[in-house]
Design a protein around this ligand. Sequence first.
Ligand SMILES: [Zn+2]
Ligand SMILES: [Zn+2]
Length: 161
Amino acid sequence: MSKAHKHVLAKNTDVHVEVARRFAQHGQRYSSKRRAIVSMLETSDRPLTISEILQLSKKFNDANNAIVQSSLYRNLVVLEEVGAVQKVVSTDDNGRYELNEEILGHHHHLLCSECGDVRDVVIPEHLEKKLDNELGRIAKRSGFKLGQHRLDLIGRCQKCA
Ligand SMILES: [Zn+2]
Ligand SMILES: [Zn+2]
C-alpha cells in the first residue's frame, strides 16, 4: 500500500465495516466476491481496470474462486449503487474503479495522456484549504455554492515521458 493511501485510510481503519454498513442500508448482500473486489481496490495504490481486477483475482484465488468477467461487471454495478466504489474516467476508454472517496479519503489523480494510466496523488492539506477557498469564491460569483472539487493532473507518466 502506498504512503498516500495509508495517510487517507487512517481515518477509516476498517474499510469492510464501512462497506458492509452501506450494503445493509441498501438491503444488499455483502458477498465474499464483493468483499474480494473491495480488498483488491483497498490494497491498490491506484484505480484498477476491469482486466487488472480479473488478473489480480486469478493470482490470489484458485480457479474455482476467481471472478469471471460477467460476474465482475454485475458486482461492480452493485458496488457502485451502494456507494462503495466509484468509476474513474481517464484519457483512454478503460473504465477504472476505486473505493468511494468518502471511504478512501479526498485525493486527486495523475492521468497519463499517452497510456491512460492513473495514479493517486494527495495534495497537502494547506493547499487543499487554499484551493477550496479560492474555488469557493469563484463559484460564488456564479451564484454557486461549492460542495467539493475534482481536479485531475494530466501529463505523461514515467513510462511514457
Ligand atoms: Zn503513460
Ligand atoms: Zn482536492
